[in-house]
Design a protein around this ligand. Structure first.
Ligand SMILES: Nc1nc2c(c(=O)[nH]1)N[C@H]1C(S)=C(S)[C@@H](COP(=O)(O)O)O[C@H]1N2
Ligand SMILES: [Mo]
Length: 207
């Protein structure tokens, strides 16, 4: 009996994960028209597989490619959080001292891969609260990466308020690997990977 229960449990979990994968695939398909860009030759000949890459997650663009190798590890890095009411800077220690939330969310790239991962960090709405800013308006994220595509993204207020929207500091139990966006990146549910901005420098509440 316990064996049957175990088998059933495993099956439902697998069915659940499968369901998640399908949902993610559908999302990517519907948004691909907006986010598509021609595949680089590398990705055509060496498509990324689940489990590859540091911390078990594929890398879309490395820190070296994004030219953030120095700025991402600078001792004086801080995340600027700005809005109509003012601007505040949050260094890594201060971000770590805020309440941390951990969740499992997929990261899904239009290039054709999707991987579940365990993310930990500060809820965006908590960060805005700590800066004395509202969580009822759209937000723009900017990256330390100043050249090339995907250096910034915008998020509608419904995602800003979502309890599963994080400024992530950790991936699969470790500080973010440099290639996954150290010191901090966006992780939000049900969004294409292209909007999960890495190497954050600024969060701005749009008025
Ligand atoms: N700053 C920045 N953020 C970025 C990107 C990028 O090129 N630059 N690529 C995006 C894309 S297309 C994807 S799919 C995810 C991949 O995240 P990962 O490399 O940590 O897996 O990061 C997103 N965030
Ligand atoms: Mo992507």
């Amino acid at each position: 009996m316990t064996t049957d229960d175990d088998a059933t449990g495993r099956l439902s979990r697998r069915a659940f994960l499968l369901g998640t994968g399908i949902a993610t695939g559908a999302l990517v398909a519907t948004t691909a028209g907006q986010t598509w860009e021609p595949l680089a030759p590398l990705t055509v000949f060496a498509p990324r597989q689940q489990g590859e890459g540091p911390q078990g997650v594929p890398v879309n663009r490395t820190a070296e490619e994004a030219q953030v190798l120095e700025t991402a590890v600078a001792a004086d890095w801080s995340l600027t959080v700005a809005g109509a009411a003012g601007t505040a800077g949050f260094g890594l220690d201060r971000l770590r001292s805020l309440p941390q939330t951990q969740l499992e969310l997929p990261i899904a790239c239009v290039e054709g891969w999707s991987t579940m991962a365990r993310w930990r960090g500060v809820r965006l709405r908590d960060l805005l609260g700590a800066a004395g800013l509202p969580d009822r308006q759209d937000v723009r994220f900017s990256s330390l990466q100043t050249r090339g595509a995907y250096g910034s993204s915008e998020m509608g207020a419904e995602f800003v308020r979502d309890s599963a929207t994080l400024v992530a500091l950790e991936l699969n139990g470790e500080p973010l690997h440099l290639d996954h966006g150290f010191p901090a990146r966006v992780i939000a549910p049900a969004r294409p990977g292209v909007l999960q901005t890495k190497w954050l420098s600024r969060v701005e509440v749009l008025g």
